[in-house]
Unconditional design. Structure first.
Lengths: 230, 388
């Protein structure tokens, strides 16, 4: 393979809380190849949210190197980081986080519009993806008229629409019942089979078990890096 | 994202929160409406005053007696001989009574010399004036100002009928329009000859009006007039005279400077309410930024740059303020229309007012929108996403 899409080299991230330095990640090395389906697993406080923020280009390391699609992030300014994020990362959040006062299709169009794609083209691409995810009938529904599972599918469509290198899913099943949650995981698996890199952040071992590779975090360090089905 | 797309986001949000948006606009609406209405009142009022003053002619000097025996008919004839005088007329006036068979009221009786009506040309509502050519034979004719005619209850059918002035019979030949000019309305006009018999002030007069051949010659004529009168009464250059000379043009200038100042003052006060309106917008926008912190975080996560967020919130503030400006402009013009009817002046929408109203509300939107928009743009994406 040897086509790394995420590279963490001795990454350290500390926060200053009051005058107390808290170490969230304590020198972590991790490589994720293109096309992998990886679960990052750990209890709260393990550093998995920090890792997600770093991979998602929402944050920069205190020291060490984060490379996303071979681009180092440490030296980027806010605009460059946004630009990288917009082309490399698709986010799926626990609470779906659909935009208020906007329809399903407008949500999915937003990342393309922010990239400067024309609204006509964005509409076409968004419609195509929503159709594929079985939401063709609900393009103009706003979030109040969509069930949790539908909202999460809209969110996944939004994460995919700009063809990012990585889909970063933060507890994507956390706000869903187990049946709908299982459907979302199935969808992520399918997307992975089509070649997408999926990174799933979860505290739930059962959910994590659906990923072929599982990275366990504890106290800011990688405790275990498992591969293969369980 | 293109500007148009960002503008649509802002408009969607405003539309989604209609009631709140309307309430937010209210301050600007009131401020702009107040500015528009007040500007129109001041314009209308000064229009009216200037029109009244202009009926007297801008190349005219009024010499007014400050004591009953300060000016005489002889002074007037001497002034008429000065270089550059085209018209001269004399007024003498006194309180008196006017009466019909069944009504009797007090009025100001004014005797005028033959050139008065030709020079002033007041608008006439009924009948005719005491014309120059017929002046000699008009010694028993009277022309009423509009208010005086109303007070006595005169109607068109009474033209040619007899009215009593200080108990003497006169024939009503005309009534002036109530727009005829400054101060004509409550007066009753007779010839100078008739006035001599009605009130015995001869040879003294109340005022003399001399008209220069051109408006440019007025200032020189004013000096010459003062010089001549001082000579006739043996007054030194430093002694206070018992008459005043008013230059019509300078009176108009003085009045417009008063109305301009008044206008500035009123607009300033209205401007304060506009600023308060702007603070209202800023306040709501800051609340809105806080409420929408998560949304901002999500937008940043899915690729919005700081500039996108800044633009979105700034446009929202500007649209609120501009929409308030437009609504305020419309309400203000409607108010101005009715004020014009009440105040009896001409209603017109001034381009200047429209630009002023829209310009001000645009500036208010930008000035008071920048801080909330910057606050929104400066939010760190992770903090914004984590915000509960």
């Amino acid at each position: 393979m040897a086509n790394p899409v995420v590279e963490l080299e001795n990454v350290r991230r500390e926060y200053l809380v009051g005058d107390q330095v808290t170490v969230a990640l304590d020198g972590v090395d991790l490589v994720i190849e293109r096309g992998e389906f990886v679960a990052i697993v750990g209890p709260s406080g393990s550093g998995k949210s920090t890792m997600m923020n770093l991979i998602g280009c929402l944050d920069r390391p205190s020291s060490g190197l984060v490379k996303i699609a071979s681009d180092p992030t440490s030296e980027l300014n806010d605009n460059q980081l946004t630009s990288l994020r917009s082309k490399a990362i698709g986010f799926v959040f626990q609470q779906f986080q659909l935009l208020p006062n906007t329809t399903a299709i407008e949500n999915v169009m937003a990342p393309l519009l922010y990239q400067g794609v024309s609204s006509k083209q964005a509409k076409l691409t968004a419609t195509e993806i929503l159709n594929r995810l079985g939401l063709g009938e609900r393009l103009n529904f706003d979030r109040n008229r969509l069930s949790g599972g539908q909202q999460q599918r809209v969110a996944i469509a939004r994460a995919l629409v700009a063809s990012p290198d990585i889909v970063l899913a933060d507890e994507p099943t956390g706000a869903l019942d187990s049946k709908t949650g299982a459907q979302v995981i199935e969808l992520l698996k399918e997307l992975n089979k089509e070649g997408r890199t999926i990174i799933l952040i979860t505290h739930d071992l059962e959910i994590a078990a659906s990923a072929p590779r599982r990275v366990f975090l504890r106290d800011g360090l990688i405790e275990r890096d498992e591969r293969g089905a369980k | 994202m293109k500007l148009l797309g960002t503008a649509r986001l802002a408009l969607n949000r405003i539309w989604a929160t209609k009631v709140r948006s309307l309430l937010t606009m209210l301050g600007v609406v009131i401020g702009v409406a107040a500015i528009v209405a007040l500007t129109s009142i001041v314009d209308g009022a000064s229009q009216g005053i200037n029109k009244s003053l202009a009926t007297l002619g801008t190349n005219q000097l009024n010499i007014t007696a400050m004591a009953p025996d300060a000016l005489s008919e002889q002074d007037a004839y001497a002034l008429a001989e000065l270089d550059g005088v085209s018209v001269m007329f004399v007024q003498t006036q006194n309180e008196g009574t006017i009466a019909t068979e069944d009504k009797r009221v007090n009025a100001r009786l004014v005797g005028v010399s033959s050139q008065y009506f030709e020079a002033v040309k007041p608008d006439i509502a009924l009948g005719s004036y005491l014309s120059d050519s017929k002046f000699a034979s008009s010694a028993k004719d009277v022309v009423f100002g509009a208010d005086a005619a109303n007070d006595l209850g005169l109607t068109a059918s009474m033209l040619g009928q007899s009215v009593k002035l200080n108990g003497q019979d006169f024939r009503l030949v005309g009534v002036l329009d109530d727009q005829a000019g400054f101060g004509t309305s409550g007066r009753v006009y007779v010839t100078l000859d008739a006035a001599r018999k009605l009130f015995s002030q001869y040879p003294y007069v109340s005022s003399i009006v001399v008209q220069a051949e051109t408006p440019e010659a007025v200032d020189a004529l004013q000096l010459a007039t003062d010089k001549l009168l001082r000579e006739r009464y043996g007054l030194g250059a430093d002694t206070d005279a018992r008459y005043t000379i008013t230059n019509q043009a300078s009176l108009i200038a003085a009045v417009s400077s008063i109305t301009d100042t008044l206008g500035l003052l009123l607009t300033g006060i209205a401007g304060i309410s506009l600023v308060v309106g702007g603070i209202g917008i800023m306040n709501i926008m800051l609340v809105s930024v806080r409420e929408r912190t998560r949304e901002i975080g999500v937008r940043r996560a899915i690729g919005a740059k700081q500039s996108n967020i800044l633009t979105q919130f700034l446009i929202e503030a500007i649209v609120l303020s501009l929409a308030g400006g437009v609504v305020g402009l419309i309400l203000g013009e409607i108010a101005a229309y009715f004020l014009a009817i009440i105040g009896d002046w001409v209603f017109s929408i001034q381009l200047e007012t429209v630009l002023l109203a829209l310009g001000f509300s645009l500036v208010v939107g930008v000035v008071f929108g920048v801080w909330p928009a910057r606050t929104a743009a400066k939010l760190e994406p992770i903090d914004a996403l984590r915000f509960e």
